[in-house]
Design a binder for this molecule. Structure first.
Ligand SMILES: [Zn+2]
Length: 357
C-alpha cells in the first residue's frame, strides 16, 4: 500500500536576494496559472518558462490525487522532481536537490542555469532523514508563493506493508475534540476464551451422559474426565495470563505518562450485564471471578510503583452530554435519542471520565 507524507518548508520572501525574489514570484505564479490549463489537458509550452515544469506536470499529473485532492483542485502548483544526497550521491540536476551533507536545498528551473539555495533547519533535515530511514523515497516537490512567503512541499512515498494486528484495538473517538483526544486500548480476548469454554461445556455434557449410563469409570470415561480437567486448567491459565499482561501494559502506560489512574467502578453494573447475557451464563461467572482478581492485581502494582489511582463509577448507559438514558444499538453502539450523541459502548465511560475534575 503506497503511503505519503509531506514536509512543508516555508521561508519569508524578504530573505532572498532581489533577483531571486522577483524570479520566484514571477515563475511560480505563472506555473500556478498554467497548471490549471495543464490540469485540463491543454498542451501549453510557455515561452520563457522552463519546459521541465510542463514535463513534470504531465509526468506526475495522474499521481497528484494522492497528495491532496481538494487543495489540488483549488490551486495547482509547480511540480519538481526530487534528488537527495545522504552521503556522496551525485546531483543529477533535479528540480529540487536536497543535500543532507550540507543541510541545503537547491531549487532549480526558477532562475536560468543556477539554483536558489535554501538552508534547511535541523528539524527539517531530521524529518527528511527519518522518512528516508523508514524506507520512504522522495516522490515530488511542489513550490508556490503567497504575498510574503515561499513554500516548498516535499512529498515522500513509502510502500508500506500493513502489520498483522494483534488482539489489541486502539479506539479513538474524534467526536469530542473539545475535550481533547479520547482513546482507549481494548484487548479482544473473548474469542479464545469462548472457544475453550464451549469445549469444556461440550465435554462435560458428554461426560454427564456417560455418567447417567454408569459408564464414566470406563477408560473412555476416565480419559474424558482428564481432558475436561486439562481444558479447564488451560482456560484459567489463559485468563491469568491475560490479566497479568493487561496489568503490565496498563501500569507501564501509566508510568510513562505519569498519569493518575481512574478505574471504572462498574463491578456491579457489569456483573448484572454479564449475567443478563444468557448463553454465556457459566462463562459470565468465570469473567466475574477474574474481573475481581484483575482489579486486585492492578491496584497492587499501581501501589507498588506509587501511581495514584481512584475508583469512580462511570456510567455506560447515561448520555455524557445531556444525561439522558442511552439506548443500545447492535454492535454495542450507544445512542441518545434526546441530543443525538452516539458512541461505542466502551467509550461512554471514558467520555464520563474526562468530564471529571
Ligand atoms: Zn444526550
Amino acid at each position: 500500500m503506497l503511503a505519503h507524507r509531506t514536509l512543508l518548508i516555508k521561508r519569508p520572501l524578504r530573505t532572498f536576494t532581489n533577483e531571486e525574489r522577483e524570479a520566484l514570484v514571477k515563475v511560480l505564479t505563472r506555473a500556478d496559472a498554467l497548471g490549471n490549463l495543464w490540469a485540463r489537458g491543454f498542451e501549453v509550452w510557455p515561452i520563457g518558462l522552463d519546459s521541465r515544469f510542463a514535463d513534470k506536470f504531465n509526468y506526475f499529473k495522474s499521481e497528484l490525487r494522492l497528495v491532496n485532492v481538494k487543495r489540488w483542485l483549488a490551486r495547482v502548483h509547480a511540480i519538481f522532481n526530487v534528488g537527495v544526497r545522504l552521503d556522496n550521491e551525485r546531483d543529477m540536476g533535479q528540480g529540487v536537490f536536497i543535500d543532507l551533507t550540507r543541510n541545503a536545498l537547491r531549487l532549480r528551473w526558477v532562475i536560468k542555469r543556477r539554483a536558489i539555495v535554501i538552508s534547511l533547519t535541523e528539524s527539517e533535515a531530521k524529518y527528511i532523514r527519518d522518512r528516508l530511514s523508514e524506507g520512504g523515497k522522495p516522490k515530488l516537490a511542489r513550490a508556490w508563493v503567497d504575498d510574503e512567503h515561499l513554500f516548498i512541499a516535499i512529498t515522500f512515498e513509502r510502500d508500506a506493508e500493513q502489520i498483522t494486528p494483534s488482539n489489541y484495538r486502539l479506539v479513538i473517538d474524534v467526536n469530542s475534540w473539545k475535550n481533547g483526544i479520547v482513546y482507549a486500548i481494548v484487548k479482544d480476548s473473548t474469542r479464545n476464551l469462548e472457544r475453550l469454554y464451549n469445549h469444556v461445556t461440550k465435554l462435560e455434557r458428554k461426560y454427564g451422559a456417560l455418567r447417567r449410563l454408569g459408564l464414566h469409570k470406563t477408560p473412555y470415561g476416565r480419559r474424558l474426565w482428564r481432558e475436561i480437567k486439562a481444558t479447564k486448567r488451560r482456560l484459567y491459565a489463559y485468563l491469568r495470563d491475560y490479566a497479568q499482561k493487561a496489568v503490565s501494559i496498563l501500569v507501564k502506560q501509566a508510568l510513562n505518562l505519569r498519569a493518575k489512574v481512574i478505574i471504572d467502578d462498574i463491578i456491579e453494573e457489569s456483573r448484572r450485564e454479564l449475567m443478563e447475557e444468557k448463553p454465556l451464563n457459566g462463562l459470565a461467572k468465570v469473567y466475574m471471578l477474574y474481573l475481581r482478581r484483575f482489579v486486585k492485581l492492578l491496584t497492587n502494582q499501581l501501589r507498588w510503583y506509587g501511581i495514584p489511582y481512584e475508583f469512580k463509577r462511570l456510567p455506560s448507559t447515561t448520555c455524557p452530554i445531556c444525561g439522558s438514558e442511552l439506548t443500545q444499538l447492535p454492535g454495542r453502539i450507544m445512542i441518545c435519542s434526546k441530543c443525538g450523541f452516539k458512541a461505542d459502548r466502551d467509550l461512554v465511560p471514558i467520555l464520563w471520565a474526562i468530564k471529571q475534575p
